[in-house]
Design a protein around this ligand. Structure first.
Ligand SMILES: Cc1cc2nc3c(=O)[nH]c(=O)nc-3n(C[C@H](O)[C@H](O)[C@H](O)COP(=O)(O)OP(=O)(O)OC[C@H]3O[C@@H](n4cnc5c(N)ncnc54)[C@H](O)[C@@H]3O)c2cc1C
Length: 401
């Protein structure tokens, strides 16, 4: 009997399950989650969940009725501890085993640990990935006036913004010369630096934490430049690593993620991977890519479902992510490099503009801040690789709302 098992019940699996049913699959579907909460959206956990008190039910990706209606067997509190790819059997933390005809590994990622003295011992030191992490961080934030954020990528910047919105005295500790520099490049990272500074966040650049000090609870972050930062809550946001242990032990090919081809198939038959854990072959750019974005997990989950049903799938979705900080939201479409020219149209000080990244006159990426409709207009131009004129870019901005 056909039995599709989705390992990890996060974003990619939830979209995969829905796609399986909407594609007409009427065999068995089981979703296995090590967590005790119904599948939820991580996106608000660094934003309104921290400063606005969003209720749990609003985080759920689907209500409980969805799983019943679509005959999806969602098993919570059921970690998968082993995969026997030859026998097509999963070993569960409960001691039971489960056969599958196809399996999707969508086990996500986990925060990279900071290995400095004090990081593992002191209360008030938090990582952020799960709803439990966010709940703990939220109560720590309410308890302290001074907050330090170590790491100035998207997650760190969003938490810094949320803490500042709660009226906290926030210090953002940044290893490079600008927050978000590696994600957005110098020009747009400067826009974000100015935004945080305007909101009263202190940004310490070109420096790293070497120790956390405190007496039970964290009190200080010690930096490699000799400075110390006073803080009663410290968020460590220094990146994430894909959760590949299950795949590695099962002998699947793993290289910064579970390696798949463009159809999301792994190196062993009938096992697929999607989302933060997957390193997927991109036929357009001719290399494997692993991304930790909502839209990647969503579209890969759906693509993997179609692939599991035997459809010919070649995943080539143009990367897309978004971020909300303070009352400023942005969307970023495409992939740019440091060798690109950046052309900006619109009004940067009021945060209503579009930045375009061009290489040899061809559009590589676009970032819209405060204006809607840009990703839809930019995607065809990125995909076509045609040479774009300034007029074409202006038209995109004029048509954006
Ligand atoms: C705080 C936060 C804010 C974010 N904000 C944004 C944003 O603004 N914009 C954006 O584009 N992206 C954002 N993201 C990224 C986005 O949420 C992720 O890319 C997406 O959730 C990845 O989905 P996934 O299905 O791969 O992993 P997850 O949604 O993490 O699901 C993986 C699930 O697998 C479970 N699991 C792991 N191993 C096992 C096992 N052995 N057995 C059973 N279960 C297992 C995990 O517990 C987890 O529930 C954010 C992420 C976080 C953490």
């Amino acid at each position: 009997m056909e039995h599709i098992v989705l390992v990890g019940a996060g974003l990619a699996s939830t979209y995969a399950a829905a796609q399986l049913r909407s594609s007409g699959y009427n065999g068995r579907i089981t979703m296995l989650s090590e967590e005790t909460e119904q599948p939820y959206d991580h996106v608000p956990l660094s934003k309104d969940f921290l400063y606005g008190g969003e209720g749990y039910h609003e985080l759920y990706l689907r209500d409980a009725e969805f799983y019943r209606q679509h005959d999806i067997d969602l098993k919570l509190d059921t970690p998968v501890t082993g995969l026997d790819a030859e026998a097509k059997v999963l070993h569960l933390g409960t001691g039971a085993t489960m056969d599958y005809s196809s399996a999707l590994l969508a086990t996500g990622a986990t925060p990279r640990r900071l290995t400095v003295p004090g990081a593992d011992e002191l209360t008030g030191v938090q990582y952020l990935r799960t709803l439990n992490d966010a709940t703990a961080l939220r109560s720590q934030l309410y308890d302290s006036e001074r907050v330090a954020v170590i790491g100035a990528g998207l997650l760190g910047c969003e938490v810094a913004a949320s803490a500042a919105m709660l009226g906290k005295d926030v210090t953002l500790i940044c290893r490079s010369s600008l927050p978000l520099r590696s994600a957005l490049g110098e020009e747009m990272a400067t826009v974000y630096r100015d935004l945080h500074v305007e909101q009263g966040v202190s940004i310490l650049t070109n420096t790293e934490a070497t120790a956390l000090h405190g007496n039970g609870r964290v009190e200080q972050v010690v930096l490699d430049n000799g400075m110390t930062v006073e803080a009663g809550t410290v968020l460590i946001a220094v990146g994430a690593t894909p959760r590949t242990a299950l795949a590695e032990h099962a002998g699947l090919e793993v290289n910064n993620g579970i390696v798949t081809d463009a159809s999301l198939a792994t190196s062993v038959p009938d096992v697929f991977a999607a989302g933060d854990v997957a390193s997927v072959w991109n036929p357009t750019i001719g290399r494997h890519e692993r991304r930790e974005h909502f839209n990647t997990a969503r579209t890969q989950g759906k693509a993997a479902a179609r692939s599991m049903l035997g459809e010919a799938v070649s995943y080539d979705v143009i990367p897309f992510f978004f971020s909300d900080q303070y009352d400023v939201w942005m969307e970023y479409t495409g992939t740019a490099g440091g060798d690109c020219e950046v052309v900006v149209h619109g009004d940067v000080p009021s945060h209503r503009f579009v930045a375009f990244w061009l290489r040899d006159g061809r559009l590589q990426a676009a970032m819209n801040m405060g204006l809607k409709g840009v990703p839809r207009a930019a995607r065809p131009l990125i995909r076509s690789r045609e040479t774009v004129t300034d007029q074409m870019l202006r038209r995109i901005v004029e048509q954006a709302q």
